[in-house]
Design a protein around this ligand. Structure first.
Ligand SMILES: *[C@@H]1O[C@H](CO)[C@@H](O)[C@H](O)[C@H]1NC(C)=O
Ligand SMILES: *[C@@H]1O[C@H](CO)[C@@H](O)[C@H](O)[C@H]1NC(C)=O
Ligand SMILES: *[C@@H]1O[C@H](CO)[C@@H](O)[C@H](O)[C@H]1NC(C)=O
Ligand SMILES: *[C@@H]1O[C@H](CO)[C@@H](O)[C@H](O)[C@H]1NC(C)=O
Length: 183
């Protein structure tokens, strides 16, 4: 009995810790995420859309916050062996860290988690032709990622019902990069 009570206490403490983290993560300083990023991992409940030739397989270059509060993503992607640059301007909503944009359907984009310095995780809900798709992306500041970021990414993916088979590695998959690849 005592053991059960103790276990309950430990669990609720763990929960409290989690929601505290979560609260902090809700209040993002968007200006601090601007600048260059690299695509590390993506996840989706429809792999066709993020695998090769998928319409949502986008490689991030740069993020900027515009004067009116919109969030601009500069991406590259491959179409039939050609590199294409695409700029996506996401309009802000009343919710901090949440944006909307039309791209291959209607999208709600949310900054899920970041430490500003090393990694950022975005969640996107896409509605195309009546079908809803969840997409998550892990971006990093430097070309090498840290294992702890992937762990955090996997945890967030789990919240959306996505497990390891929904996650793809984009490191060194970006053939559009104009700087020499690291060996
Ligand atoms: C997944 O995406 C592809 C390409 O857009 C689409 O044809 C297919 O119907 C989608 N599958 C599901 C289950 O939504
Ligand atoms: C990246 O975005 C910043 C603004 O956040 C801008 O000053 C800079 O020129 C951009 N860099 C590239 C390579 O587009
Ligand atoms: C914010 O500015 C960008 C770039 O000038 C523009 O594309 C976008 O439509 C603007 N958004 C709003 C809500 O005015
Ligand atoms: C949208 O979905 C409907 C019904 O599933 C289908 O008949 C139609 O071809 C789809 N349109 C596009 C552009 O995918």
């Amino acid at each position: 009995m005592v053991l059960l009570l103790l276990l309950g206490l430990v669990l609720s403490l763990a929960n409290a810790q989690f929601s505290q983290d979560f609260t902090v993560q809700r209040n993002h300083n968007m200006a601090r995420i601007s600048g260059t990023w690299n695509s590390f991992f993506m996840a989706s409940d429809n792999m066709t859309r993020i695998r090769e030739n998928g319409d949502l397989r986008l490689f991030i270059r740069n993020i900027s916050i515009l004067k009116n509060g919109s969030l601009q993503f500069d991406f590259h992607f491959m179409v039939q062996g050609e590199c294409v640059a695409v700029t996506m301007v996401c309009e802000k909503t009343e919710t901090n860290g949440e944006f909307t944009v039309d791209y291959e359907g209607k999208n709600r984009v949310r900054l899920s988690e970041t430490d500003y310095r090393i990694y950022v995780i975005f969640y996107m809900e896409n509605i195309k032709n009546g079908t809803k798709t969840h997409v998550l992306a892990l971006y990093g500041r430097i070309p090498n990622y840290e294992k702890t970021c992937l762990k955090r990414f996997e945890n967030i993916c789990k919240k959306y019902g996505l497990d390891s088979q929904n996650i793809i590695n984009l490191i060194d998959q970006d053939d559009c990069y104009d700087v020499p690849k690291r060996s």
